[in-house]
Design a protein around this ligand. Structure first.
Ligand code: GLY
Length: 299
């Protein structure tokens, strides 16, 4: 049976994600894409995680506007949704975009119509008691958006995951509620192929966590995979890509950003701009789950 070789995932939601991937991979007749979708969907469904799905933080209008993407190595196909309102599992909708349409990304109203046509239920605002309370505090001017420099309030800001099966086939995905109380319509790196995620079978994959405006302007995930293509090991590739971003966009040092990578040999690496308790990653293999702190490149 084709099983899980390794999975890695970013931030606090990464723990739930890699454990769910590990569990999902035990079911017969399932594939890397199923494990990835179920792993990310578990994080989306967990109301205690404030960076993705139903537990996430709303936009400035109090709407849970969710982004997600999935990409498969062997077929080099991707699917993404952005600004999806009312659906609790954007990664499931992104997978349907990949599997059921000739397109890559659907946004806003079109994404909503597609999700409904695919049988997903529009659940409206999706706010939890906690996110509503935080939104009301934001409206009262009591939330300090500058506290962390980049609106990573109450947690990370994304879960990005990479899966490799025992046939060495790769897939990656992301899901996020984006920056807390973001400008309506704002989309970050997470659903952008090459920005927040990228995979190239035979080379490797990378996913990002952090300030999307920084990472999408340097094509961070694609850039990291291209470093792998040049023969760098994942740790060196992540560090080299992070150094590129710091050179091109020195302002990224005022924000928290993490890129993690997996190469075709199943080795992982990562690098981040600065210290932040949530900017780590998790790795799951058949030997268990471990937490990894990526080196800080900014100092
Ligand atoms: N990294 C997620 C975002 O910037 O929206």
């Amino acid at each position: 049976m084709n099983g899980l070789k390794i999975a890695i995932a970013t931030g606090p939601s990464g723990f739930v994600t890699v454990n769910s991937i590990l569990e999902a991979s035990k079911a017969s007749g399932t594939s890397r894409l199923d494990w990835l979708e179920l792993g990310l969907a578990a994080a989306e469904a967990d109301e205690t995680l404030h960076d993705v799905g139903v537990g996430g933080m709303p936009d400035a209008l109090g709407r849970m506007s969710l982004d997600a993407a999935i990409m498969d190595g062997p077929t080099h196909r991707a699917g993404a949704v952005a600004g999806l309102l009312g659906f609790r599992s954007p990664i499931a909708v992104a997978r349907r975009v990949m599997d059921c349409t000739p397109h890559v990304m659907l946004v806003g109203e079109g994404a909503k119509r597609f999700a409904e046509a695919q049988g997903f239920t529009d659940e409206g605002a999706l706010l939890t008691d906690y996110s509503r309370e935080r939104y009301e505090a934001f409206l009262r001017g009591e939330v300090d958006l500058e506290a962390t420099g980049d609106q990573h309030i109450d947690g990370g800001d994304t879960v990005g995951a990479i899966v490799m099966d025992t046939d060495n086939q790769l897939a990656c995905g992301t899901s996020t509620s984006g920056l807390a109380f973001k400008m309506p319509g704002r989309v970050g790196d997470s659903p952008i192929i090459g920005g927040g995620l990228y995979v190239e079978q035979g080379i490797g994959s990378a996913v990002c966590l952090g300030m999307g405006e920084q990472m999408m302007q340097v094509g961070m995930a694609m850039r990291t995979v291209m470093k792998l293509a040049q023969g760098l090991p994942p740790q060196a590739a992540a560090e080299a890509a992070m150094r590129d971003m710091i050179r091109l966009r020195p302002s990224c040092l005022g924000t928290t950003c993490l890129v993690i990578a997996l190469n075709q040999a199943g080795d992982a690496g990562g690098a981040r701009t600065k210290e932040h308790p949530d900017f780590h990653y998790w790795q799951a293999t058949q030997s268990g789950v471990i937490k990894i702190e990526a080196p800080v490149m900014g100092d």
